[in-house]
Design a protein around this ligand. Sequence first.
Ligand code: FES
Length: 113
Amino acid sequence: MHWVRILSKHESEESGDFVRMVKIDGQKICLVRNDGRFYALQNTCPHAGGILSGGWCKNGHIVCPIHRYEYDLETGKGAPGQYDYADVYPLELRDDGLYIGMKESWWKKVWGG
Ligand code: FES
């Protein structure tokens, strides 16, 4: 796993909640600040490919804008009856900003870059 800074210290200290897409290593991530806490999930909805970063938060869940399926911000677990999960990513607030932990791609291990 490698860690990538996704928000500067200044950005991570700004007030206000948001749901937005960030691109890390060519991969789209749904970055959320909800009630002052940060979360990162896959950007593509596991149900049918909706864009989670186009959604909103409700009771600790991200709500997909397409069919309104809900995923727990912390665990990625779908609401009861959905039987699905969204991938979640570890985040670390460090002295110089917010970092996300990304798995190394096999091709990067082999070819570098
Ligand atoms: S595509 Fe997200 S709920 Fe259906």
